[in-house]
Design a protein around this ligand. Structure first.
Ligand SMILES: Nc1ncnc2c1ncn2[C@@H]1O[C@H](COP(=O)(O)OP(=O)(O)OP(=O)(O)O)[C@@H](O)[C@H]1O
Ligand SMILES: [Mg+2]
Length: 272
């Protein structure tokens, strides 16, 4: 029997990625101080998986998201997307990369422009990236609103973010993130401002989107229960260091690292 040993090619590979922030002289001290936000992180994400990055406040989660979005550069280390280094992307290549990688933020109030209607919000990335014409863009907006279950779309087109509930606003943010058919989405605490029932509905939506488009997600959270509900694998990050990575159920049921055990004990009720 011939065994098929071909591994699916990873979509994201990080090796030895470090991010050190140098803060300027402060009110209290004249010298510089360095903050090690990410310390020698190596990580591989497979296409189509929902990967959770779990850690307490200040552990470096958003920093990793910002590096992957190329909003900032690592101090050291190599980052690859579909097998190709992205550290030095510039110009057209960077623009193409940015259309393939999107982010959903914690607070849709901050990430959505209050002056744009829902239709304009979802249309904008298509216009900026010069995709399609008036008709195909309109169709894509309708289809995307349908995908995120804001249907019938025409009820929502002309509304503004303040005329929606928090959960609906986050659906608009998700629609805006997926309208360009990206390959990879970083979702940074997307439900931490919503109640548990709405959070679960959004998790189910992310799972549907993953299935429909084979998209890959990095889900950033401080909440192990949320990660357990949503993620295939998780990495636990502590002070910029990934202390443990594995299939979600294994990490939660048989944690190996003392810090993971502490994190689990700190969330006995598993509320989210
Ligand atoms: N631009 C910056 N300049 C200096 N230090 C920064 C900067 N951004 C983040 N840091 C520091 O890097 C560390 C990691 O921050 P980060 O925002 O990645 O944490 P986090 O895990 O996302 O936290 P939270 O759960 O509160 O969002 C923190 O100590 C933070 O103060
Ligand atoms: Mg953060």
């Amino acid at each position: 029997m011939i065994e098929d040993n071909t591994q699916p090619a990873p979509i994201i590979e990080l090796s030895g990625v470090t991010k050190e922030y140098r803060t300027k002289a402060t009110f209290f001290s004249k010298g510089y101080t360095n903050v090690m936000a990410m310390d020698n992180i190596s990580l591989t994400l497979q296409r189509g998986e929902i990967f959770g990055l779990v850690g307490q406040s200040g552990s470096g989660k958003t920093t990793l998201g910002r590096l992957l979005l190329k909003l900032e550069s690592p101090t050291k280390g190599i980052m690859k997307f579909n097998g190709k280094p992205i550290n030095d992307l510039k110009g057209k290549d960077l623009k193409t990369y940015r259309s393939k990688v999107q982010m959903i933020f914690q607070d849709p109030y901050q990430s959505l422009n209050p002056h744009l209607s829902i239709a304009e919000t979802i249309l904008e990335p298509l216009i900026v990236n010069k995709i399609g014409d008036i008709h195909s863009r309109k169709e894509k907006v309708i289809e995307t609103l349908d995908t995120v279950s804001l249907a019938p779309g025409k009820e929502y087109y002309d509304r503004f973010p303040h005329q929606l509930s928090g959960g609906q606003r986050q659906r608009v943010a998700i629609a805006r993130a997926i309208v360009l058919d990206p390959e990879f989405i970083v979702a940074d605490e997307p439900t931490s401002m919503l109640d548990a029932t709405i959070a679960i509905q959004l998790f189910k939506l992310l799972q549907q989107i993953r299935k429909k488009y084979n998209m890959t997600f990095l889900f950033i959270t401080h909440n192990l229960a949320a990660a357990q509900f949503l993620c295939d694998r998780i990495a636990v990050i502590h002070d910029g260091v990934i202390v443990e990575t594995g299939p979600t159920d294994r990490v939660i049921q048989q944690p190996e690292h003392p810090y993971t055990k502490k994190l689990i004990q700190a969330q006995p009720k598993f509320n989210f």
